[in-house]
Structure formats: structure tokens, C-alpha cells
Design a protein around this ligand. Structure first.
Ligand SMILES: Nc1ncnc2c1ncn2[C@@H]1O[C@H](COP(=O)(O)OP(=O)(O)O)[C@@H](O)[C@H]1O
Ligand SMILES: [Mg+2]
Length: 246
């Protein structure tokens, strides 16, 4: 179980403190698929980075399976089964796709077949990619898919995907949503997926709308999706009508 307790995050700006996340409290039970959605700049990525340990909250606590992990770094959190896929993944010059998969899986002799399985799930062919370096020669969408494949290889207890759809073609996207569905059905992992995609939102056990640094709304996909889809004016009705922070 993941518990966020009164998470605040602010940064120093020239003209004072800028509050980015404001008193977020949230509990996510095991084996749930939770989608964070909401307008750009709302604070979704920052919240996900706080869970992974990439950003330290200004105040508040993070508990993972009952243990306070607020002061633990990324590596320690990874060892405890938390994994994270960047919205814009970094490149790793000198490392091949195979290297990244081997590191992620933690098995020195990860067979080509297994590598191929992970890559296929994100719509890539192992023959074309296994020995490629994860450097500037790959497109943004390719790097993104490779990173998602490494998260699958890591097989973590908590998987966080930040806008996995970004830069991915429709065919690979269909593959990916199938994979999310399979993981969810297998019931071995908790997933937090940050997404704007209807197809992904509809897979969620619970959708949490994050806006202006707070939790604006939460509910089932059936409840939230029509409100998001009805938003053709640019202002999200979920945010304006259900405006009070939870
Ligand atoms: N280190 C930082 N310094 C200044 N502003 C930041 C910093 N980190 C995030 N922000 C701002 O906080 C807001 C939330 O960002 P983010 O979490 O990336 O939103 P989302 O993922 O929902 O689009 C944005 O306005 C962003 O510019
Ligand atoms: Mg983001």
C-alpha cells in the first residue's frame, strides 16, 4: 500500500515561494490501476517523482507498505519495488537496449527470447533494437518504448508510467494498453499511470484528477470520463464544478 500524507512541494522563485503541490493526501491499495489525469502543469509529474524519490517534498510523508520512505533515495526505493518511467526518458550513451533490459531484470543471462517478449509488448522488434545504443540515434518515441520495456522487465511491485502514450504510434499504443491490462489482470503489481488517453483512463480502477497542485476529483472511469470528454471549452468541468480540493 502506498500512502501519501500531507505532501507539500514548493520552490523558491525570485518573487517568493511557489507552491507546486498543496497538501496532497492519498492512499493507493495494492494491485490497483490508478490513472492520474488533469491539465498540463497541474502537478502530476512532480507527484510521481516524489513517490519515486526524484523530488523531495517540502513537507509530508510517504509510506510504502507501512514503512516511511520519505528520506530514502531512488536506489533504495527501487530495491523496495518502486519503478518509474519518465515523461521524457533520458538517453544512455554507451549502453545498448539489451544492457538496459539486463540491468532492469537483474539477471545477467536474460535470454534473447525474454528480451524479445518485453520489446514486443511495446511494439519493438528485438532483432532491430537489442544491440542498438540508447543514444541520440533513437527517436523520442523509441526511447520511451524502450524505457517502458525496462519497467516491464523490472517487474516491480509499484510501476509508475508518466504519459506512456507520448510519442507512440497507435499500433504500439494498442499493444501497450493490452500489456497494462494483462499486468492488471495478473494482479501482481500496483500501477500509477499518468495519462490523458481515454483508452488508458477506461482501464483504471480509479481516476484521480490533479489540477493546480491538488487532488480535484476522484472516481471511477465511468464517472470521470464523460466529464473530461465533455470539456470542449478548455476549462475542465471536473475542475470548475467539483472545484473543492479533496
Ligand atoms: N523545480 C521546479 N521549479 C519551478 N517550477 C516547477 C518545478 N517543478 C515543477 N514546476 C512547475 O510545477 C507545475 C507542475 O508541473 P508538473 O508536475 O510537471 O505538471 P504536470 O505533469 O501535471 O503537467 C508546472 O507549472 C511546472 O512548471
Ligand atoms: Mg507531466
Amino acid at each position: 500500500m502506498l500512502e501519501l500524507q500531507h505532501i507539500n512541494y514548493s520552490v523558491h522563485e525570485q518573487d517568493g515561494e511557489l507552491g507546486i503541490l498543496k497538501d496532497i493526501s492519498l492512499t493507493i491499495n495494492d494491485h490497483r490501476l490508478i490513472v492520474f489525469t488533469g491539465p498540463n502543469g497541474g502537478g502530476k509529474t512532480t507527484l510521481a517523482k516524489i513517490v519515486m524519490g526524484l523530488v523531495k517534498p517540502t513537507s509530508g510523508r510517504i509510506l510504502w507498505n507501512g514503512e516511511d520512505i520519505t528520506d530514502l533515495g531512488i536506489t533504495q526505493r527501487a530495491k523496495k519495488g518502486i519503478s518509474y518511467g519518465f515523461q521524457q526518458p533520458p538517453r544512455f550513451k554507451g549502453l545498448t537496449v539489451r544492457d538496459l533490459l539486463v540491468i532492469a531484470a537483474g539477471e545477467e543471462k536474460l535470454s534473447k527470447d525474454r528480451c524479445c517478449q518485453y520489446l514486443t509488448k511495446v511494439g519493438l522488434c528485438a532483432n532491430d533494437y537489442l544491440d542498438r545504443e540508447v543514444d541520440a540515434s533513437l527517436s523520442g518515441g523509441e526511447v520511451k518504448r524502450i524505457e517502458i520495456a525496462t519497467i516491464l522487465a523490472r517487474n516491480a511491485q509499484l510501476m509508475i508510467f508518466d504519459e506512456p502514450e507520448a510519442g507512440i504510434d497507435l499500433w504500439s499504443f494498442a499493444r501497450l494498453t493490452e500489456t497494462f491490462e494483462q499486468i492488471h489482470r495478473a494482479g501482481s503489481a500496483t500501477m500509477i499511470v499518468i495519462s490523458h488517453q481515454e483508452r488508458i483512463i477506461s482501464l483504471a480502477d480509479e481516476v484521480i484528477v490533479i489540477g493546480d497542485g491538488g487532488l480535484r476529483h476522484r472516481g471511477s472511469a465511468d464517472e470521470i470520463l464523460p466529464k473530461i470528454l465533455a470539456d470542449t471549452t478548455g476549462t475542465c468541468p471536473v475542475l470548475t464544478k467539483g472545484g473543492a480540493a479533496l
